[in-house]
Design a protein around this ligand. Structure first.
Ligand code: PHE
Length: 452
């Protein structure tokens, strides 16, 4: 079965495409901020532990299900679940991916708009101006929607070209570009006068800040950042060849994701500290604080400031785009395989449906008072339901399914490539799936609802 299916054409294609899914907005704005707030290097150490103990085993679990199933996520689970209710995890993951796609695209669309704004020099002005620009833009009923549609247009273009000519080619182009941009900005930021204070803030371990909250924050961040439990890893793994070493790929992707996150911190904090602006969290960090930082840090050399801002938003857009492509693919694969339609038609269904969800989310931000449910605008509601409810539930069920239900021989075969690899982490993996991961995830969920 797996031979008939289209595969990624090269090892590097596998790594870059899957790392593209993992590396996203979560790495570039969420990780640096969380690190700074939660004890700097001490948080990074905890985060690395989470990646090793929770992230990598969960990635391996999804890879096994995906490659074994050689089909979309829902069918991959169904194949292994053999008529039991476990198959619903697959459907739930596809649904989570679907819901996230819409609102992830809204923020991705904002990034695209900021490339345009940076290019046109619209981001020049004092802090009040930059804040007003962001508020006016994000509350505008039309412009963010147009950018959301544009980013879906690009995603759609990549997806309809298929796995090798679309996803793999795009990742091979976008990921190296992303690294180069990131490195150039890190160097520019670290050369600024006073940058070392930012590096201290990020890298000096402050163990006094390590509380239970910090551990759980690191766990949640690791989950989100590695795109676990949303069908992305499973769908991409269905395009892995029989030669792909699943455990090695998971370790490599985990490392790339971590590296990008730490480098993003080394880009943001030195720049912010050099002009004495304290970094903020959430959307305001990338859309309000940073334009100010770029303006002030490079005030002596406006052209460099302009270039750095432009590169930064290009970097963000690329990171968001490669994640969006993977989310789109989860749904496209589901629709075209389940409805027996062409890939193109499947992609169209997803694009149109997600544009609609994206548009509704985007408009709901501007019309907070009129469009809210449970006291949140639809954007926050989607974020809460997918990120904090569906994601951990899917993740935990996936681990239990792997640890307690899936036949051990299948796991062994997948981990050793049918006996051809000598080294395998089989026992550790099973232990993680049975006990460690479900318990950690349970702790995150209970914590989110203030139960522990
Ligand atoms: N991992 C992505 C990030 O760090 C987010 C994402 C989650 C993308 C799930 C795809 C699927 O931003």
């Amino acid at each position: 079965m797996s031979e008939e299916r289209v595969n990624f054409g090269s090892k590097i294609g596998v790594i870059l495409a899957t790392a593209g899914s993992a590396v996203g907005l979560g790495n570039i704005w969420r990780f640096p901020y969380m690190t700074g707030e939660n004890g700097g290097a001490a948080f990074i150490i905890i985060y690395i532990l989470c990646v090793i103990v929770l992230g990598i085993p969960c990635m391996i679990g999804e890879f096994i299900i995906g490659r074994h199933g050689a089909s979309n996520t829902a069918r991959a689970y169904t194949r292994l679940a053999k008529g039991t209710r476990w198959k619903w995890i697959g459907y739930l993951e596809v649904l989570t991916g679907f819901l996230i796609t819409g609102y992830y695209a809204v923020v991705s669309g904002w990034c695209l708009n900021y490339i345009y704004a940076a290019l046109m020099g619209e981001l020049k002005g004092d802090p009040a101006f930059i804040t007003a620009y962001f508020e006016a833009f994000s509350n505008d009923p039309i412009r963010p929607v147009v950018w959301t549609i544009i980013i879906f247009g690009i995603t759609h273009f990549v997806i309809v070209h298929g796995v090798r000519n679309g996803i793999e080619k795009a990742s091979k182009l976008m990921m190296p570009t992303l690294f180069v941009l990131l490195l150039v900005i890190v160097v520019a930021a670290c050369l600024l006068p006073g940058a070392s204070k930012g590096m201290d803030f990020l890298l000096k371990p402050d163990f006094s800040k390590l509380t239970g909250d910090v551990f759980l924050g690191a766990l949640g961040q690791c989950f989100y950042s590695l795109s676990i439990a949303m069908g992305c890893l499973c769908t991409y793994a269905s395009y892995f060849s029989r030669q792909t070493n699943i455990s090695k790929a998971a370790v490599q992707i985990g490392l790339i994701d971590l590296l990008v996150a730490v480098l993003a911190g080394l880009m943001i904090f030195p720049a912010a500290f050099s002009v004495g602006i304290s970094p903020d969290s959430g959307p305001s960090l990338i859309f309000i604080t940073l334009p100010n930082v770029f303006n002030q840090a490079f005030s002596g050399f406006p052209v460099i400031g302009w270039l750095v801002a432009l590169m930064f938003y290009a970097l963000l857009s690329l990171a968001a785009l490669t994640s969006l492509i993977s989310l789109h693919e989860v749904n496209t694969a589901f629709f075209y395989e389940e409805l027996h339609i062409s890939r193109k038609t499947g992609a169209w269904i997803v694009t149109v449906a997600c544009c609609l969800i994206g548009a509704v989310c985007s408009v709901s931000i501007g019309q907070k008072a009129h469009m809210s449910l449970f006291g949140m605008d639809l954007f926050d509601l989607f974020d809460f339901v997918t990120g904090q409810l569906m994601l951990p539930v899917c993740g935990m069920l996936m681990c239990l399914f792997m640890g307690w239900y899936v036949p051990k021989q299948i796991i062994k075969d997948e981990l050793t490539n049918w006996g051809t690899l000598r080294f395998s982490c089989y026992h550790l993996f099973i232990f993680a799936m049975r006990f460690v991961c479900p318990l950690c995830i349970l702790a995150i969920v209970l914590h989110q609802f203030h139960l522990i």
